[in-house]
Design a protein around this ligand. Sequence first.
Ligand code: MSP
Length: 518
Amino acid sequence: MEKFYTTTAIDYVNGAPHIGHAYEKILTDVIFRHFQQRTSDAYMLTGTDEHGIKIQKTSAELNIEPQAFCDMNAQKFIDAWKLLGIDYSQFIRTTQKEHKEIVQKIFKRLVEKGDIYKHSYTGLYCAGCEAFLSEKDLDENGCCPNHQKKPEVVSEENYFFKLTKYKDAIIKHIKENPNFIVPSFRANEVLNQLENIEDISVSRAKTNVSWGIDVLDDNEQVIYVWIDALSNYITALGYDIENPSEKFKKYWPADVQVIGKDILKFHSIYWLAILMALDIPLPKHILAHGWITIDETKMSKSLGNVVSPSSVIESFEMTEPDALRYYMATAAPVGKDGNYSDNDFKEKVNAHLANSMGNLLNRTLSMLVKYFDGEIKPEFIKENELFDKSLKTIQEVKHHFDYFEIAEAAQKIIELVDLTNKYVTDNAPWTLAKEEKMTECGNVLYTVLEVMCVIASLISPYCPNIAQKMAKQLKYDINTKLDDIKINNIKTGKLISKEEISPVFLRLDSELADKGKK
Ligand code: MSP
């Protein structure tokens, strides 16, 4: 694999980031970091979606210039992702000059091609979705099911995109590529939506929406947010119709585009049609993740249950984001909804990261110091069965990541941790030492430490700081590519002294957390 390009949805900046936005960025970052372990060149894009009626209205209510409002809120997303250790390669904002210019050219190109035409239209507009809805999309109360609000009746002369022209090609693509939409059970949903598609409005009259990218040669219209927003995935790479940049040629098509299930239609229908119209190759996969609820309840401002990633980090007095990353990345099987609850979070990370994984390393190193003065003797040999199992786990984890099964891959890693713990219990190196069977005792510790190197590598995309601390104590290079993990990761000779041993993850203290919340 030569390159790997992954993207997230770009978030609206009319509010602050919450745990749902964080879920997606963590998933993508874990995928990105895993593929960094498999390719020499991985690239991750994230960013913010800054145009449209919602931002126009919110900034007007606050009496702030829309651009200043976007600047202020985009910073909140940048700060949140820093806090969570999201290691993106690029952060795009749709109000950036370079983006706006390329979007204008894309729009013009589609007009010239005859794929965009002007048309008078009356439709039901949901500002929450920034989209026109049809009667069929509404619930029994005539409300948008995602935003629980009645859409506004809007009559305008707009530009329309000939989506219907691409309908058959999109259906064919989805049917011929059963892994294009991940998870595949969502493909049917998209195929059903495709049955009833119509051409879509791709501009708004400036009299109604002024905060958008101007249509070139028509000063009465702005480009409707979805053409603007979707294009970010290629404008960020410097796509240009006549002269695509080196970066674009290198990274496009995207290997996986991660989005929430609510915006799958835009990505698996509109986005494909735009790319087809521009004669650009299609992304390899669209990963539609599920929804995150809080204590099994949908997050909403009116319920007052919106959880921000920073509030979790602060209330548990965490010094690094690894535990929250691990918890979120394993919150649900691929594509299914997941839930956040303080209790569950604390229990899961204490059990997996502290009790199982952290303690395993800690007590093994402590025994190595106690019985061998921290030294790996040249005569130590590995127990093949467990070590082979660890190598097999690498293949299983890779296989899960090939299908973007992030939670399932983590499960395999924890299984290996559990098996290694069992190996220690079954072989009782403390008893072997007591019986003065020192070589056998050393073999057990050595085997465990070798396996711990594999575990550190595999857990690193989820918990980069913890993995780094593990690697430091194992004198192991955490940047080792997965395929280069050797038979002998641990060198013979002095590995560690008593002073160098420190826990890689401290249990989250429940009392502390409760105190913080109050
Ligand atoms: N701006 C558009 C996306 C344009 S992509 C070219 C948008 N923004 S959003 O801020 O509403 O959502 C951003 C992402 O966060 C979406 O993928 C959305 O599905 C995801 N989530 C928003 N709330 C969420 C949860 N409660 N749970 C999980 N993901 C959620 O849509």
